[in-house]
Structure formats: structure tokens, C-alpha cells
Design a protein around this ligand. Structure first.
Ligand code: NAD
Length: 480
């Protein structure tokens, strides 16, 4: 594949240093191409370009901007095949999931563009002789720092929202999964008649240089970040120097709690596919399963039956349900969790190893892995694994389940499975999490706010609340 360039100020450019770095196909371990290794000079250029575009873009009427956003949505749909193919190639997303990715992304942008039309202000009756109103304004230049787990959807969610509201943007794609974002910029290039040059810039390169430079840059007004807690803390620290706004969507270790009166069929049927979707690399996926002792053995047995049927293989194959993890480095990290589970005395009852036959043995595969007899203090029950590794724990009372679930620095989301409405409401009220499902897990739509409590983040994305994050409110009082 031809080496791509970065997109700055409406032009395709190399890194100022001229340097590049390789990206790999996780299904084969082969190099796909070389991507520009951006740095401080490229970030400076992108911020200058965005600052120039901002007055042009932000002064357009909201109706006009929303119409442009609808065109972006359509362009994504028109390019769904190419975008999906790149997602398969660079991320290892199974074809059956990669195909609809651009369509979901387009839907998100179309949703935001419609909500934005009724969003930018309100008049409040104060007293006779005074007109008082609230005017929402875009923030200016937004840095959008993207994780690798669902790159296209993350770019669409952040860029769609920031742009629809009049901001100019710099996207920092994940260094290992940059190609989809660069292909997105090609889609935007086709709209250069309506989108000013510099309204969207893409700077590729490592988080420790490009991401850090964006987080510190005095020309950036907001850093919208999705990724790990550790990086989120670094970004907060870097952004504090210029009191930037930060929107942080961070990690999770999400409890999936099955009470003694739960519909076991429903719980297992949901648990298996979401545990291995995107090879376990989804922030909302369950990270620890708590099962009431009365049905623990049956749950484990049925879960294993389901997990054995998950088709793991070449992501290009339409039958594949689970592909590789994203990188060799990430595979090593997931495997170190498996080792710690074994060392700490959990019972490995499925998987735990790489496939050893060609062609899968060349890629970064970890087979579906399940641990039983896991206890609360084991590392696999406490830390985010972000891979196809499932720890199953036991509890004996409602109080114990709640105490275990809340015993975490993470609080992204949770689910409770029960037929008892009183139990359901008690858990809804007492679970520490930004999103709680009852008898479901991981069902999400654009109009539902998403964002964690505790160290899982600050602020919300999706829904009208998500739009608020990319604007600032000016209060205006006019004495007549
Ligand atoms: P990561 O934190 O390693 O990287 C995310 C992005 O930050 C990348 O673009 C990276 O290059 C950049 N980055 C790294 N160091 C940086 C620094 N010092 N300054 C600025 N930017 C920096 O995360 P990841 O491994 O790409 O993604 C996995 C993590 O993302 C998991 O913890 C997962 O839970 C989380 N996640 C959360 C949500 C959510 O909505 N809460 C959604 C998806 C993923």
C-alpha cells in the first residue's frame, strides 16, 4: 500500500522531520505501510491552520453547517466499503463488523447535525425591560485524541460533534491505527467546496509527542480524549498549564452481575458475544462477571459452551467472529494477564494461548480465554485487560455483589440481571457507574449519554449532553 501523508491546512503533507513509522496488519504481522511521524512542528502547523479556519467555519449559520455535516454523513456512507476494508486491514476487525462501521459513524454525524440545529441558545424571561439570553458558542480549536479500539467510530463521534458546533479540529489518531482517520480526511477533501481548509487536520504520530504537544498547546481550547486512565491523567496535567477544557472517556472494569432470580438464558446469550466482540477491546464490555453462587456452575458451563463456538480467524472471512488483538505489544500485555491469573490461583478453563497452526500463528491472536474461581483481589478481577479474557467470580448476597462491583477505581458502566424490580432499582441506585443496564449490557445509541464516574472519566459524549462539552455558554443581559 502507498505510504499516506498527513492532512494539515487542506494539504497532504509529510512530517516536518521527514520521518515515518511502520504500521502492521495484526492478522499477519506484516508491515502495511509507513505513516508520517508527526511532532511539535506539525502540531504547530495544524494549530495555525485550525485557528485560521475557525472564524470562517464558526461564523456560518448553524443550518448551513448542519447541511455540510449531513453531506459528510452521506460521503461516509458512499465510502463505507473502502473504510471497512481498511479497518479489517489495520485493526483486524472481522468483516461482518467492519462493513457497518462507516454506516454507524455516518448515523452519529447525522444525529449530531440535527440536534445542533436547536441547540445553540435560549431566551429566559428575567424581568420587564430586560432581554436575557444564553448563547452557546464553539470553543475554538479542539484536539481530538483517539484510541485504537474502534478508530473510525471514535473519529466520527468526536469530529462530528466538534465540527457540527463550529469548532476547528485537530485529530490525533492512534499511532497503530491511523489509516482509517487518514482515509476519512480523503472523504472530507471531496467536500472542500463547503468545508474551509484547516477546519479539520489530521496529525499522525505517537501520543507521547503529538498527543502531549496538543494537550499543552496554548492555541488549543479543548482536549477531547478517549483512552486509558493513565494517559487521561497525563493529558489533564498537560492541559492544566493553560486551563484547557478536558473531556475524558477513560477505561473501565465493568461488572456484569447475575442475581439468583435472573433469566440465565438471557444473561449467557448476551454475555458470550459481547465478551469477545472486537476481541474484548471495547470499553463498555463486561470486565468481570459476578454470578450468584446458586447458579455459578451452570453459568460457567453454559458460558464455556458458547465461548467454544466463537469463530476465531482471518478477519477477512465473513464467518469470523473474533480476529486478532490489535498489536504484538497488546498481545503480550493480554498474555501477561493470563499468566497472572494462573499464578494467582484462578482456574483456567478455556483458551489461554495463541493458535499454533498457520496462518493464525503469524498474527497477534489470543484464543477466547475463561477463568473460573476468580476472587476479588486477583489482578484479572481488578485491572482492565482489554482482550478476550473473561474472569468469572462468585457472590452470595446482594450486599456482597454491590460491594464487589463498587470496589474499583473504575466506574464506567455496569449491568445487573434480575427479574425483581426492587433488586433492580436498588442496584441502579447503588452501583457506581455512568451507565447501568438492567437485563442488558452494551446496548448504546447516539441519543444516550455516555461517560464514566470516578477514574473512568470526566464529561459525557453522545446525546445532547455530549454536544454541551464542545461549546461554552455566554450569558447576555440587555437593558432596554
Ligand atoms: P491510550 O491511552 O494508550 O491511547 C489513546 C490515545 O492517546 C492514542 O491516540 C495515543 O497515541 C494517545 N496518547 C498516548 N500517550 C499520550 C500522552 N501522553 N498525551 C496525549 N496523548 C497520548 O489508549 P488505547 O490503548 O489507545 O485505548 C484503550 C483504552 O481506551 C482502554 O483503557 C479503554 O477502556 C479506553 N477506552 C475508553 C472508552 C470510553 O468511552 N470510556 C472508549 C474506548 C476506549
Amino acid at each position: 500500500m502507498e505510504n499516506p501523508k498527513m492532512w494539515i491546512g487542506g494539504k497532504w503533507v509529510d512530517a516536518a522531520s521527514g520521518k515515518t513509522y511502520p504500521v502492521f496488519n495484526p492478522a499477519t504481522g506484516e508491515e502495511i505501510c509507513q505513516v508520517p511521524l508527526g511532532g511539535q512542528a506539525d502540531v504547530d502547523a495544524a494549530v495555525e491552520a485550525a485557528k485560521k479556519a475557525f472564524p470562517v467555519w464558526s461564523k456560518k449559520g448553524q443550518t448551513e453547517r448542519s447541511m455540510v455535516m449531513m453531506r459528510i454523513g452521506k460521503a461516509l456512507r458512499d465510502n463505507a466499503k473502502e473504510l471497512g476494508d481498511l479497518d479489517i486491514l489495520e485493526h483486524g476487525t472481522p468483516a461482518r463488523d467492519a462493513g457497518p462501521m462507516a454506516v454507524f459513524s455516518a448515523e452519529r454525524i447525522e444525529y449530531v447535525s440535527q440536534v445542533a440545529r436547536g441547540f445553540m441558545g435560549s431566551v429566559m424571561p428575567l424581568k420587564p425591560g430586560v432581554v436575557f439570553y444564553l448563547q452557546r458558542e464553539p470553543i475554538g480549536v479542539c484536539a481530538l485524541i483517539i484510541p485504537w479500539n474502534v478508530p473510525l467510530r471514535m473519529v466520527a463521534a468526536k469530529l462530528g460533534t466538534a465540527l457540527a458546533l463550529g469548532n476547528a479540529c485537530i485529530v490525533k489518531p492512534p499511532s497503530i491505527d491511523s489509516l482509517v482517520a487518514l482515509r476519512f480526511a480523503k472523504v472530507l477533501e471531496e467536500l472542500s467546496d463547503v468545508l474551509p481548509a484547516g477546519a479539520v487536520n489530521i496529525v499522525t504520530g505517537p501520543g507521547s509527542t503529538v498527543g502531549e504537544a496538543l494537550s499543552r498547546h496554548p492555541g488549543v481550547g479543548l482536549v477531547s480524549f478517549t483512552g486509558s486512565c493513565e494517559t487521561g491523567k497525563n493529558i489533564m496535567a498537560a492541559a492544566s498549564g493553560t486551563v484547557k477544557r478536558v473531556l475524558l472517556e477513560l477505561g473501565g472494569k465493568n461488572p456484569f452481575i447475575v442475581m439468583k432470580d435472573a433469566d440465565l438464558n438471557a444473561a449467557v446469550s448476551k454475555a458470550v458475544p459481547i465478551a469477545f466482540a472486537n476481541t474484548g477491546q471495547i470499553c463498555a464490555a463486561p470486565g468481570r462477571f459476578y454470578i450468584h453462587e446458586s447458579m455459578y456452575d451452570e453459568f460457567v458451563q453454559r458460558f464455556i459452551e458458547g465461548a467454544k463456538k466463537v469463530v476465531t480467524g482471518d478477519p477477512r472471512d465473513p464467518a469470523t467472529q473474533m480476529g486478532p488483538v490489535v498489536s504484538a505489544e497488546h498481545r503480550d500485555k493480554v498474555e501477561s494477564f493470563i499468566k497472572s491469573g494462573i499464578d494467582e490461583g484462578a482456574k483456567l478453563i478455556l483458551g489461554g494461548k495463541r493458535p499454533d497452526t498457520p496462518p493464525l500463528n503469524k498474527g497477534y491472536y489470543v484464543m477466547p480465554t475463561v477463568f473460573a474461581n476468580v476472587t476479588q483481589n486477583m489482578k484479572i478481577a481488578r485491572e482492565e485487560i482489554f482482550g478476550p479474557v473473561v474472569p468469572i467470580l462468585k457472590f452470595s448476597s446482594d450486599d456482597e455483589a454491590l460491594a464487589y462491583a463498587n470496589d474499583s477505581t473504575y466506574a464506567l458502566c455496569a449491568s445487573v440481571w434480575t427479574k425483581n424490580i426492587s433488586t433492580a432499582l436498588r442496584f441502579v441506585n447503588e452501583l457506581e457507574a455512568g451507565y447501568v443496564w438492567v437485563n442488558d449490557h452494551m446496548a448504546l445509541a447516539s441519543d444516550q449519554p455516555w461517560g464514566g464516574f470516578k477514574q473512568s472519566g470526566i464529561g459525557k459524549e453522545n446525546s445532547a449532553m455530549g454536544l454541551e462539552e464542545y461549546t461554552q455558554v455566554k450569558a447576555v443581559s440587555i437593558q432596554l
